[in-house]
Design a protein around this ligand. Structure first.
Ligand SMILES: Cc1ncc(COP(=O)(O)O)c(C=O)c1O
Length: 426
């Protein structure tokens, strides 16, 4: 069921994941050593090429776009390159379907404000109890406009099941707002199945792809979604966000814009000036993935998208080995892991783990890990409904360790040592 999204096509000829050269690409890993970055869900480190691209932009063309002089024309070209790179990253039909901005939350709100103005006789919006609040509160803010909400609940097995969505849908459903991957639990949702159900009911699908972004292949066409957001700063890039939407839907959205701004995507979604140097950084992050794809296959002659797919296929496989190892560590430490924990369901998750140790508060766990130079996070993970569902308090919540492809088995061993000590002595 999860093969499109979560499955890892393994191949006997696939070479070993080049972890040493991956780590060499990220200067912060060296600068901060021996610090371990296990809080990547809150923002990942950047490769040198991303830093260089941001620097280059600021030093060579830090001017407003749309002018008739070379530096300004270079800004226009950089934005255009960014759109085409992100379009390849997402498999968008056209780069005009990609808009740049501050972050994912503000883009969800831009779309929710527009949808709120066009609810008509489809006033119901499906939200989930597994989502980050950014993809819940932004929709619930439409209540004064007459929107009604249906809650799609996660099952006790730690994931949303599309067949539970179907009974919530009707001719009154305007939109399903759902995550691709939980930022708290790491569970990957079967979004092509969600899209099919939503469309069969005549509704649209808005996907929060923020957490899935650094971990796997995104394919807006194969998934059949209508809107999707990502945060660049989770995908090895600086702080920025991007929105993708089907062109014909974006064309119809009533967004705020000054009268002289054309009512066309992407400019109708990009009120004001966004951070151009960070778009240059995002472009470079995709180039980093492209180069990693070339490296893992040894074949440099494919399209950018094909190389990115190779990179993310290798990343998925490597990250699954990290997930299997850390699950062993949790088992040994007697930790409660919330969400998908069976080895045979490993393809249904990314290496993001929410857990608690018996008789030790989440805060003490994160403080002890910080003393051992390991950065994780405790709290509610911006997912209040999920906390309620898991019977965790909003004040203390749980601990989250979130790994990406530059993390290692050795780092997991260090994490394990602290957990073992804590579980023995509290
Ligand atoms: C799944 C998910 N959605 C949305 C957001 C909000 O993203 P942003 O900070 O870009 O608004 C986050 C941030 O952590 C997230 O993890």
């Amino acid at each position: 069921m999860h093969t499109t999204l979560g499955g890892t096509p393994t191949s006997a000829t696939q070479p070993r994941f080049p972890i040493e050269s991956v780590r060499d690409s990220f200067p912060a890993l060296k600068h901060a050593a021996p610090f371990v970055f296990f809080d990547n869900a809150a923002g990942a480190q950047i490769p040198q090429v991303v830093f260089d691209a941001v620097n280059h932009h600021l030093l060579e063309c830090n001017v407003q776009r749309g002018g008739r002089y070379p530096q300004s024309q270079e800004v226009d070209a950089a934005i255009d390159r960014g759109r085409r790179s992100v379009a390849d990253f997402l498999n968008a039909r056209d780069s005009s379907e990609v808009a740049f901005g501050m972050n994912a939350t503000s883009f969800i709100r831009i779309v929710s404000l527009a949808i709120g103005q066009s609810l008509a006789d489809r006033k119901e919006i499906v939200i989930t109890d597994m989502d980050h609040e950014a993809n819940v509160a932004t929709w619930m803010a439409l209540e004064p406009l007459g929107a009604k909400f249906r809650l799609w609940k996660m099952r006790d097995d730690g994931n949303l099941h599309p067949e539970d969505l179907w009974p919530l849908l009707s001719a009154r459903t305007r939109l399903v707002a759902c995550t691709v991957t939980s930022n708290a639990l790491g569970s990957i949702v079967d979004v092509p199945a969600v899209a099919k159900f939503a469309h069969d009911a005549g509704a649209e699908l808005f996907l929060d792809c923020v957490h899935y972004g650094p971990h796997g292949i995104i394919d807006v066409q194969a998934w059949g979604c209508d809107y999707l957001v990502c945060s660049g700063y989770k995908i090895f890039s600086p702080h920025m966000g991007f929105l993708w939407g089907r062109r014909e839907l974006l064309e119809k959205l009533p967004t705020f814009r000054e009268d002289f701004i054309p009512n066309e995507p992407p400019v109708k979604l990009e009120a004001g000036t966004f951070v151009y140097e960070n778009v240059a950084g995002m472009t470079a992050a995709i180039t980093y993935l492209e180069n990693l794809g070339k490296q893992v296959t040894g074949n440099g002659a494919k399209s950018r998208r094909a190389h990115v797919i190779d990179a993310l296929t290798a990343i998925r496989e490597y990250e699954e080995s990290l997930s299997l190892e850390i699950l062993r560590v949790f088992e040994k430490s007697g930790a409660t892991v919330y969400g998908v924990r069976q080895k045979e369901r490993i393809g249904e998750r990314v290496p993001t783990f929410l857990f608690n140790l018996p008789h030790v508060s989440p805060q003490v766990v994160t403080e002890e890990l910080a003393r051992a130079q390991i950065g994780v996070r405790d709290g509610h993970m911006y997912s209040p409904r999920l906390m309620e569902r898991l019977k965790l308090s909003m004040d203390s919540g749980a601990v989250r360790a979130s790994l990406v492809h530059y993390n290692t088995l050795d780092e997991i061993q260090r994490f394990s040592d602290v957990l073992q000590k804590l579980s023995k002595h509290g």
